[in-house]
Ligand binder design. Sequence first.
Ligand code: AMP
Length: 112
Amino acid sequence: MPSIFSKIIAKEIPADILHEDDVCLAFRDINPKAPVHFLVIPKKEIESLADVSEEDEAILGRCMVVASKVADAEGLEAGYRMVANTREEGGQEVPHLHFHILGGRPMNWPPG
Ligand code: AMP
């Protein structure tokens, strides 16, 4: 199901893009919750982490590598947190799989 993130992938709406390749896109979150807050999404329309299948392994691996490289480029050597809010109880609002990367301040545990 197309979401606002499909429109970002298609360049129909603007985003502050940090990385793009054939498989995934990284861009700054429009409503940052930390000094550095960006999202990594697969270009493939996958609704959530609960909807991945075996055939998505390479895509998920690429998203992880991109997250690590962009975090490094953003100066997050002190650490960061990756979050994948999943479905309703996970607090997911946009129905396109995305990984939040938050950094630039200490993170609390457990999350709310
Ligand atoms: P989630 O609650 O995990 O679904 O998070 C969705 C995230 O997408 C939120 O942190 C929003 O601030 C972010 N977001 C929504 N629309 C945009 C947009 N057009 N550009 C960048 N980030 C967005």
